[in-house]
Ligand binder design. Structure first.
Ligand code: MN
Length: 157
């Protein structure tokens, strides 16, 4: 009877050790929530940006969902979304600014609802990379791209 109890405890301890090891491994490799995707090559962004489309819009749901990774200092140009956009910050530190308003600092766990047809930009902070999920309504057409963000606006408060 005692022997059986010891065996059960030993198995329990082994399971605990394996669980701890797995936990540490995940932490060490910093497993990505979503794939980073391909490096952007168009001129709508400045700096190193990677984009991965997660959900394509269709007739049942007209939202496009994408994972966007900005290297430190990288940002979008000014732009508008005809049906607005929701940004979910999943990693790092980023910036978001609407035309005529102060820049907002975004950290992991923050969310932003960007109104339709309002000029804005988003990107990483100067020193830290930033990852966001962008949910963009496509029912009123594609994103309209405007001028690059000046260094003054990027660094400004
Ligand atoms: Mn946007």
């Amino acid at each position: 009877m005692m022997k059986h109890k010891f065996k059960s405890l030993a198995i329990l301890l082994l399971c605990f050790m394996v669980a701890c090891k797995d936990g540490k491994q995940t932490e060490k490799t910093g497993a990505l929530l979503f794939p980073q995707g391909d490096k952007n090559t168009n001129s709508n962004f400045k700096g190193d940006v990677w984009v991965k489309s997660l959900v394509e819009p269709d007739s049942l749901n007209e939202n496009a969902v994408g994972n966007v990774t900005f290297a430190a200092g990288a940002r979008s140009n000014w732009h508008t979304h005809p049906a607005g956009q929701i940004l979910l910050a999943t990693e790092g530190v980023g910036y978001y600014q609407e035309k005529g308003k102060a820049k907002i600092i975004l950290r992991k766990g923050d969310s932003i609802k960007c109104p339709p047809n309002l000029a804005h930009w988003h990107g990483a902070s100067q020193d830290t990379a930033f990852v966001q999920i962008a949910i963009t309504g496509r029912q009123h057409g594609p994103t309209k791209w405007l001028e690059p963000v000046s260094d003054e606006d990027y660094r400004g408060l």
